[in-house]
Design a protein around this ligand. Structure first.
Ligand code: SF4
Length: 226
């Protein structure tokens, strides 16, 4: 298992000793740390820190996104909260019973996840939504720790190619044996990985991903988990 290294111990999950959440000033990706500092100076009321996972570590389903959106999770501090991607994701989770309440695009809207958790492959907002390969590799230690500290994990939905590839590496699968494709399933021991195109506004505007295509992935997960 990858060793976790931050300047702050961060939350330590159970008896595993694995750090699932980076320090709010995590320095491991200098470019992203600089981007974060510039955002703090520009928008002091925003979250502007590594965005922690949302949902119970005892959940059976983990959703892995790419990274916080600048004006979404980076602003609000909750994954996928406050931008278009969240509208589609949380609406779909509510429809398939993986969330309860009303999504109002605010972290204090009272929405709760049901047997579901949401995280990101990269915890800090990257410029133009594009983390560099080295940043994805560096931040994987927190994804690894997240996976390792979910004892009931049975299903992962990877949103987009970057999330898929980082999750494949975290699961120890060979990349050539588990290529990304919307709607594809990959088995890693007891855990099944489901691929979806990312639910970004760009993908839906260009109809790379329709809401129905997105729903069909979660319908499959719901059918498999029961
Ligand atoms: S992306 Fe991850 S590893 Fe890089 S600075 Fe942010 S929290 Fe640290």
């Amino acid at each position: 298992m990858t060793t976790i290294s931050t300047t702050d111990p961060g939350p330590i999950a159970g008896a595993t000793g694995l750090r699932t959440e980076p320090d709010r000033n995590c320095p491991l990706c200098p470019r992203l740390a600089g981007f974060r500092e510039a955002a703090r100076a520009r928008e002091p009321g925003w979250f502007n820190s590594p965005v922690p996972s949302f949902g119970d570590a005892n959940a059976a389903l983990l959703i892995v996104g790419l990274a916080p959106g600048l004006q979404g999770a980076n602003r609000t501090g909750r994954p996928f909260t406050g931008d278009y991607a969240g509208d589609l994701l949380y609406g779909t989770l509510l429809e398939y019973g993986f969330a309860e309440g009303t999504y109002q695009a605010r972290p204090d809207d009272g929405l709760t996840l049901v047997d579901c958790r949401i995280s990101n492959a990269v915890r800090c907002v990257p410029p133009q939504n594009k983390p560099l390969p080295a940043e994805i590799n560096t931040c994987r230690q927190f994804l690894l720790a997240t996976l390792a500290t979910m004892p009931r994990l049975r299903a992962i939905v990877a949103l987009g190619r970057v999330a898929h590839e980082s999750t494949v590496k975290a699961l120890g699968l060979r990349a050539t044996a588990a290529p990304f494709s919307h709607g594809a399933l990959h088995q890693a021991g007891a855990v099944r990985l489901y691929d979806s195109y990312h639910c970004s506004r760009y993908n839906t505007n260009t109809r790379v991903l329709t809401p129905q295509m997105f729903r069909s992935v979660f319908a499959q997960v719901r059918a498999d988990l029961g």
